[in-house]
Write a protein that binds this ligand. Structure first.
Ligand code: ADP
Ligand code: MG
Length: 257
């Protein structure tokens, strides 16, 4: 039996990792006197790991989640308003199975996007379909299909994904048409799929985001808050962390003088 034949058989089975590493794995197995069973198991394990990695890589690309924000590089010491145990619990993604929402409120720079994206990345790793939009990007998508009935939009990313991460609600004031489209979007996902929303405006100001329309605002809030996990992050801005330190140092120096 030649090595080439085995490689061809592996390729026929669409194995992605093993064919290219076969001789190296064989040498290693001989050197360490690995049993047949362990050798075979090792090949399967490596192949599975490789597939998992490329699946996650592709899903992350498709999701448009911004890079570099993970749950394990979030500094909980800096932001005591966020309880790590709550985030860890949500990272298990039960909230997606239960079609619940997560809402992050707080001023700029406190880590709302970081946590929302971090949870999105975790959901991707666990095999859920995820899509990230800023409110502006979502509105562009919705406007493109404004004339199509909602029932015919089921195959669109903003409806079909298990989790939609919607970032930056409040930076932009919506007009009446946008508010209507937004309401339709929230309704389409209501109890059908999960949402993570970040907002720099507190709920009492939301009516100003939604064209001053109190009815639409209440309807949106009703659906979003039903079965939701709420975070109010009222801490300091991480972006201004170094600036804060500089100011404090200057203050200390002034005091000491
Ligand atoms: P927000 O969305 O609340 O305005 P971001 O999540 O975008 O804030 O945070 C601003 C920047 O600071 C990002 O680069 C983010 O990764 C980083 N950041 C914020 N909070 C933390 C934290 N507690 N630990 C680590 N990085 C953080
Ligand atoms: Mg943000």
């Amino acid at each position: 039996m030649s090595l080439e034949t085995v490689k061809q058989r592996m390729e026929y089975l669409r194995m992605q990792y093993a064919p290219g590493h076969l001789s190296e794995l064989l040498n290693d197995a001989t050197k360490h006197k690995v049993s047949h069973l362990d050798f075979f198991d090792n090949i399967l394990k490596l192949e599975i790991e490789h597939r998992e990695e490329s699946r996650i890589h592709t899903s992350l690309k498709v999701s448009s989640l911004p890079k570099g924000m993970h749950l394990d590089n979030f500094d909980y010491m800096f932001q005591p308003a966020v309880e790590k145990t709550r985030i860890d619990y949500l990272a298990g993604c039960d909230f997606i199975r239960a079609k619940e929402n997560i809402l992050f409120f707080g001023p700029p720079g406190v880590g709302k996007t970081h946590l929302a994206v971090g949870l999105g990345v975790r959901a991707t790793e666990l095999g859920y379909s995820v899509i990230y939009y800023t409110v502006e990007e979502l509105l562009q998508q919705l406007k493109r299909r404004a004339d199509i009935p909602v029932s015919k939009q089921r195959r669109q990313s903003y409806v079909k994904n298990a989790l939609v991460v919607l970032d930056e609600l409040g930076y932009q004031v919506l007009d009446r048409q946008e508010t209507h489209l937004f309401f339709q979007f929230i309704s389409a996902r209501y109890v059908k799929g999960s949402l993570i929303v970040t907002s720099n405006r507190s709920v009492k100001d939301w009516v100003q985001i939604f064209a001053g329309d109190e009815m639409a605002t209440t309807a949106i809030l009703d659906r979003l808050f039903h079965k939701s996990h709420l975070f109010n992050i009222d801490g300091r801005s991480y972006r201004l962390k170094d600036f804060d330190q500089m100011l404090n140092k200057e203050k200390r120096q002034e005091r000491d003088e």
